[in-house]
Design a binder for this molecule. Structure first.
Ligand code: GLN
Length: 262
C-alpha cells in the first residue's frame, strides 16, 4: 500500500465520517419531557461494540445503558444522545458545549484531563492487536508488527500506541492508517487493505466473536474508562455518587452481564 493510496483513502474516510457527524439518535431514549428535572445531553461515538453500537437504527450498548442509569439515579433527565466521531467528543463537550457528558469508553488520561473532567473510573481495559482470523499475519509481540499496515481510530489511546511503534522504529509512518471509526478499520482488515488494528481489548473480543478477525496478542496498558464532563459542571459530584450507587445496588452488574463485559 503506497503512501499516496493511504492519504487518499484517509480523505475518503474523513468525508464519510463528517457526514455521519450530524446524526443524532433518538430511538433508544426515553426522554421524559413532562419532568422538570435538569437535562444532561449525553454524547458518544458508536461503532465500538459492545460499549456503543447501532442495532436496527437504535443506539445501544453498555455505555448507553450505564450512562442513562447513572443520569437517572443522579436525579437528572437524559436528553437525546448525540452520536459523533470519537475525536469530536472533547471539543463538543468543552468548546461548543453541544453535549454535557461523554460516554464513549473513553480512557482517563492526563492529557484529556487538561481539557475535561472525568468521573470516577467505571471500567478497565488494555490494548489488543487484532488480525485476520487464520491469516498469514500472526504477530506474537510488538516487534513482529514491523512492516505491517496498522489501522487505528483517530484520537484514541490505540493511535497513541501506534505512534509509539513509529517512534520505536518498528513501523514507519507510511504503515499507519488513521480512521474516523474502528468499524471502518475492521472492514479494511477483513478486505486485506491493512494487516492489523490496535484497539481496546473488550472491543477486540467483540469483533472477534462477530467478524472474521482474531486477537493476536494483548498489550497491558491498564486503562480506566471514565465519563467526561465539563470542568466547571458541578453535577459531576451527583454523577459520581450515582455511579457508586449503581455499582452497589447491582444495576451495574446487570447491565455489564447483559453486554457481556464482566
Ligand atoms: N479507550 C480508548 C480511548 O479512550 C478508545 C475509545 C473509543 O474508541 N471509543 O482512546
Amino acid at each position: 500500500m503506497s503512501r499516496r493510496y493511504d492519504m487518499d483513502r484517509r480523505a475518503y474516510i474523513k468525508t464519510i465520517g463528517a457526514g455521519g457527524a450530524v446524526a443524532a439518535f433518538a430511538g433508544c431514549t426515553t426522554d421524559d419531557s413532562s419532568s422538570s428535572n435538569e437535562e444532561i445531553v449525553p454524547g458518544t461515538a458508536s461503532g465500538f461494540p459492545p460499549f456503543e453500537l447501532t442495532r436496527d437504527g437504535e443506539l445501544v450498548g453498555f455505555d448507553i445503558e450505564l450512562a442513562e442509569a447513572v443520569i437517572d439515579e443522579a436525579g437528572y433527565d437524559h436528553a437525546e444522545w448525540t452520536d459523533i466521531e470519537f475525536a469530536s467528543l472533547i471539543p463538543s463537550l468543552s468548546q461548543s458545549e453541544d453535549i454535557d457528558m461523554i460516554a464513549a469508553a473513553m480512557t482517563i488520561t492526563d492529557e484529556r484531563a487538561e481539557q475535561i473532567a472525568f468521573t470516577d473510573p467505571y471500567y478497565e481495559a488494555n490494548q489488543a492487536i487484532l488480525v485476520r482470523a487464520g491469516g498469514s499475519i500472526q504477530p506474537e509481540e510488538q516487534e513482529d508488527l514491523s512492516g505491517v499496515e496498522i489501522g487505528v481510530q483517530s484520537g484514541t489511546t490505540g493511535e497513541n500506541l501506534a505512534e509509539g511503534l513509529i517512534e520505536d522504529g518498528i513501523i514507519s509512518g507510511n504503515n499507519l492508517s488513521v480512521y474516523d471509526n474502528y468499524t471502518l478499520a475492521v472492514e479494511d482488515l477483513t478486505s486485506e487493505l491493512i494487516g492489523a488494528i490496535v484497539i481496546d481489548t473488550p472491543v477486540a473480543r467483540d469483533f472477534e466473536s462477530n467478524r472474521d478477525v482474531a486477537v493476536a496478542f494483548t498489550i497491558p496498558t491498564g486503562e480506566q474508562y471514565g465519563f467526561g464532563m465539563r470542568q466547571d459542571d458541578d453535577r459531576i459530584e451527583d454523577i459520581n455518587d450515582a455511579l457508586a450507587t449503581v455499582r452497589e445496588n447491582g444495576t451495574y452488574e446487570e447491565i455489564a452481564n447483559e453486554w457481556d463485559v464482566l
